[in-house]
Design a protein around this ligand. Sequence first.
Ligand code: SF4
Length: 308
Amino acid sequence: MSTAPILRVLSLGAGVQSTTLALLAAHGEIGPMPDCAIFADTGWEPAAVMEHLRWLASGNVLPFPVHIVSAGNLRDDLLNRGSGRAGRFVTVPFFLRRTVPAGTVVPVFDTDGDGELVEVGQRTTTRGEHLDGIGRRQCTSHYKVEPIRRKVRELLGAGPRDPIPAGAVEKWIGISLDEVIRATPSKVRFEVNRHPLLELRMNRRDCLAWLDRNGYPRPPKSSCEGCPFHDQDQWREIMADPARRADVVEVDRAIRAPIDRPGVPAMQAEQFMHRQRVPLEDVDFSTAAERGQEEFGFLHECEGMCGV
Ligand code: SF4
C-alpha cells in the first residue's frame, strides 16, 4: 500500500522545462511546494547551463534548496575508456557503423510486439556493406538517475539497501506536452513520478511564453556537450565556438580508439557522435531544410532527467 509522500523532489535539468517547473512552484502556480530540487551534473554540461544553474541555486530565485550531485565526469570516462586507466566504462547511445566485406554472415532483425528489436534470422552479404546501429544508453542511468536516487535516500536518512515505504517520494519531472511519450512511471516502488507540466497541459512553447511573461531569462539547452541526441542547430552552435569544437572533436576521436581493458569486449563497430556516422570534422552541418529534406530529430532526452 502506498503512503503519502514524505519528500517532494524536483528533478532539475536546468533546461527550459524543469526551470519553468521550478519557477511555477516558486510562484505558487503548482503545489505543494517541493522540498528541494536535485541536479545531476555529468561534468560535461555547457558552461551556459552551469551559469544558469548557479543563478537558479543562488538562494534568491527558488524558495527551496538545489542539491547538486555527481557520479563522475562523463567526458573523462569516455577519454579513459580505451586506455586501461582508471575510470568507468559506461556506454552512450553513439551511432555505430560496422563495415563488412561480401560473404559475411550477418543477423537479420525485426521488431516484436513490444517494439523491441529481435534477431529473426541470418543472411550472407553479397557485397561490401555498412551495418548501422545505435549503442546502448547507460549514461542516463549512471550519471543522472542513480546519483539523484542516492541523494533521495540520503535525504530520507536511508542507507543504500534500507527499505523505504512505497510512494514515500514524489518526484517532479519537467516533461512537457510535446514530449509526453517520455512520461513513464518510476521503476522503484518508493518513488512516484509526477509530471506537473502535463497536468497544466503546457508544451515547450508555453514554458517559454510563461518565462517571458514573468521576466525570466530563457534557459540554454541542457545536455552533455557530446550528446548524440543533439539536433543540427545544437551541433552548429557547438562547432562554431573553437573551444567547444575542440572539446567534442577530441572525444569523438577517442570513442573510435581500440579498447584495451580487462572484461570489456573489443568493439566490432566504430562509434560516432553524429548521426551521419563520420568524424565530427567531416559532418555536413547544413540543416535538413537547407538540403531540402525533412528534419530527423530526437526529443531533448536529458532535460529534467533523461531516461525516466
Ligand atoms: S545528455 Fe546525452 S550523453 Fe548526457 S547523459 Fe543524457 S543521453 Fe547521455
